[in-house]
Design a protein around this ligand. Structure first.
Ligand code: DAH
Length: 343
């Protein structure tokens, strides 16, 4: 009998040390100890071999063993149920999930896309050109020969290795590239980044963005130019905005003009953006200089054209009241997160 008692003691130790991480392990425990062919049953079966005078005492030991195994089973079962709850087998699917932050488009991209989409609707196609440009496409072909004083207006970044290469100072260079390859009718807009050697401040930056426009065909007139730009302004800023044209000078257009719109920030009342004039300049434009057409073998007696160039930052500033150019390139998510758009 000593042996049996020792055996029971050993089983108890095993049972005490048993853990069950899931329902399968719990079931394994149940089968091993409490099943019909399990250890508890087997030990109970030993009763018949116990001498009569020791039965009472033995019966108590065996009973205690059975209860010990059953209690352990109950404890394991409870702890698995509690663990399942904690790890979510009873998930509340109606609770809101944790949100994943999604990116937003950069305000300049939103405005550029809007400009492009407006001009596409009136038949303009998008053309692009390189940001590292040669002197010919950026200056000479556009009627800005070497030593032309207007070159000084655009503080140019030259490529160290060669004075012939530079970072384009305007997207007008794409006009040259398109006229070089394509014959009229030409109706394109060229969005892109441009560079000028300016000290960075709230009002100036060493790179910014422009959208250039060019339309060359039979009988293109200044009235067509005004019509297209007026349509653009109304689509971009709404029906109430006013426009005005002032005579200006650009080497690549003749006559040339600058276009102002009534200040959309103060509605023409006067504010710091419009310097209390009620008007803000948004673009330069004019009729393509005949010399440009001739530079590209386009007959200037047969064809005429108009061109314009606008700054994306300025349009964005008017639309969203952004008062410091540096914000566009600082990548502060608190700034960037404020802009959303379908485009
Ligand atoms: N390229 C000029 C600038 O950067 C803008 C411009 C003015 C473009 C008149 C044009 C134009 O096409 O006709 O300031």
């Amino acid at each position: 009998m000593e042996e049996l008692l020792q055996q029971i003691e050993q089983y108890k130790q095993e049972i005490a040390a048993t853990t069950a991480a899931n329902a399968e392990e719990l079931e394994t425990f149940r089968i091993k100890y409490l099943g019909t062919k399990g250890i508890v049953k087997a030990v109970m079966g030993e009763m018949k071999n116990v001498p009569g005078d020791q039965r009472k005492e033995f019966g108590q030991v065996l009973n205690a063993f059975k209860i010990f195994a059953e209690e352990k089973f109950a404890t394991l079962k409870d702890s698995i149920a509690a663990g399942a709850q904690a790890t979510g087998s009873s998930i509340d699917w109606s609770l809101p999930g944790s949100t994943i932050p999604v990116g937003t488009r950069h305000p300049l991209s939103i405005v550029r896309n809007q400009i492009v989409s407006i001009f596409k609707r009136i038949g303009f196609a998008v053309a692009e050109g390189p940001e590292i440009e040669d002197d010919w496409h950026n200056f000479t072909a556009l009627n800005l020969p070497e030593n032309h004083p207007a070159r000084d207006m655009q503080d140019t970044f030259y490529v160290n290795q060669s004075p012939d290469y530079l970072l384009r100072t305007h997207t007008s260079s794409v006009q040259a590239r398109v006229m070089e390859k394509q014959k009229p009718p030409i109706r394109i807009i060229c969005p892109g980044r441009v560079y000028r050697n300016e000290t960075i401040s709230a009002r100036a930056h060493c790179f910014f963005h422009q959208v250039e426009g060019l339309y060359v065909d039979d009988n293109v007139s200044f009235a067509d130019l005004k019509q297209a730009l007026y349509f653009f302004v109304q689509e971009m800023f709404g029906k109430d905005v006013k426009v005005r044209f002032r005579p200006s000078y650009f080497p690549f257009t003749e006559p040339s003009a600058e276009m102002d719109i009534s200040c959309s920030v103060c509605a023409g009342e006067g504010c710091s953006l419009c310097k209390h004039t009620g008007w803000v300049e948004i673009l330069g434009c004019g009729m393509v200089h005949p010399k440009l057409l001739e530079n590209f073998g386009i007959d200037s007696n047969k064809y005429t054209g108009y061109a314009f160039g606008m700054g994306v930052e300025r349009i964005c500033q008017l639309k969203y009241k952004v008062n410091d150019l540096r914000l566009y390139s600082q990548n502060d998510v608190r700034f960037l997160r404020q802009f959303t758009s379908a485009l």
